[in-house]
Design a protein around this ligand. Structure first.
Ligand SMILES: [Mg+2]
Length: 399
């Protein structure tokens, strides 16, 4: 069994604007732009309401205000967008093994390995979109096709908040109906040249033919334009780098409220993180606690340890200290996560047994790991975690 359209291009809708709307719901439904004010400010992102007035990214703010006087301008908060982007990618990477990030808010996914889990690529895309919507609170769109070029073209068509599939059976007919300006890599100069040749659609481009395109745009650019106009693109999805963190987190069906319950859940996640790290063969230098409140406001607190660890006890102590430092008592909690970052393969990890912890912790962790590998995670563990009944929420364990 093979998916006929195995490539997904996923792109967050008006990402910066939607991040702002998470923190400021009063911005929903209004023409909003994120960007710089003053005389020289530039729009970084515009909401769909603002785009209807012609406001778009890279437009001078002064001009945006002129064509849309009711525009609400919000200063950009890049640190926050990066943090939310990390959450979105962590979620995508839990579901899809092959992810190539293109920017803060878009990626190519190769889902050809998921045929046992999902009936087709559209189901994978809808599943991802609904998880991002439910757990992060943001809208996204997906284009699905047989290759990267077509998938990227399709996601443009899917926006906002949709899915568009270019069926392989009909891909040439669909491709040829697109405006040539929708093509990736067709900038102003190329477009001016194409216009002179009377090219409006990608179909027109194909009928110009390879030789004529090469005469006009050079051998290599002409050949590549022609190949794309025929829907040919054999670049594969290339994930860069290794996983940068391992996390264990959960969105609860009912908000948690009592300090005791929250503390116990933090410990449970830290303990599970220990298993995740051991299975991944890594140790973490940094422990990150994430808490999302019922308002969707999310805080993260992190601590870098004296030496990297995968020991449950170390992770629990660190996570509980972070929880205490966050002082969230009395607030309603929707999600708790504990992650390990700054990962080091445990063969290379520097163990400082003599200095900061009794060697027995490592020996114990080794033994617990071995028992769990054999009898399952719940077979053994710290008493406080062991006696806690399973929470009804959905566990999201990921490497
Ligand atoms: Mg986007």
């Amino acid at each position: 069994m093979r998916f006929t359209e195995p490539i997904i291009h996923i792109d967050m809708d008006a990402f910066f604007v939607e991040c702002e709307r998470l923190a400021h719901p009063e911005l929903r439904g209004r023409p909003v732009a994120v960007g710089g004010g003053g005389n020289r400010g530039v729009i970084a992102a515009a909401s769909y309401e603002a785009r209807r007035f012609g406001v778009h990214s890279a437009m001078p703010t002064v001009r945006a205000r002129r064509i849309c006087p009711q525009l609400v301008l919000v200063p950009s908060d890049h640190g926050r967008y990066t943090e939310i982007s990390r959450e979105v990618f962590a979620l995508i990477e839990q579901e899809v093994p092959v992810v190539e990030r293109l920017s803060i808010d878009e990626a190519f996914l190769d889902v050809s390995g998921l045929t046992l889990l999902h009936p087709d690529s559209r189901t994978v895309a809808e599943h991802l979109r609904s998880r991002i919507r439910e757990e992060v609170g943001l809208p996204s769109s997906c284009g699905i096709a047989s290759n990267k070029f077509l998938a990227k073209l399709a996601s443009g068509k899917a926006k906002p908040d949709g899915v568009f599939v270019i069926d392989t059976d009909r891909q040439l007919a669909i491709l040829h109906s697109f405006d040539v300006r929708a093509m990736w890599g067709v900038g102003e100069a190329t477009y001016a040249g194409l216009e002179r040749l009377g090219v409006q659609t990608i179909g027109d481009l194909a009928s110009v033919g390879e030789r004529a395109l090469q005469r006009n745009f050079g051998t290599s650019a002409g050949a590549s334009l022609f190949r794309l106009s025929m829907g040919i693109d054999d670049r594969s999805v290339e994930p860069h780098g290794e996983a940068k963190s391992v996390s264990n987190e959960q969105t609860y069906e009912a908000d948690l409220q009592s300090d005791e319950e929250i503390r116990s859940e933090v410990m449970r996640h830290a303990d599970r993180l220990s298993s995740r790290l051991r299975h991944a063969g890594v140790e973490a230098k940094t422990v990150v606690l994430k808490v999302r409140f019922d308002s969707f406001e999310t805080i993260t607190r992190s601590v870098t340890l004296a030496s990297p660890t995968a020991v449950g006890q170390d992770l629990m102590v660190a996570a509980v200290q972070l929880l205490e430092r966050a002082a969230i008592s009395g607030r309603r909690v929707r999600l708790i996560g504990v992650a390990g970052a700054g990962l080091i393969p445990n063969t290379e990890a520097v163990h400082q047994l003599a200095t900061d912890r009794p060697a027995t912790w490592d020996d114990l962790a080794e033994a617990v790991g071995a028992i769990r590998d054999r009898f399952g995670h719940e077979s053994v563990g710290p008493a406080v975690v062991h006696h806690k009944k399973e929470n009804p929420g959905v566990d999201i364990d990921a490497v």
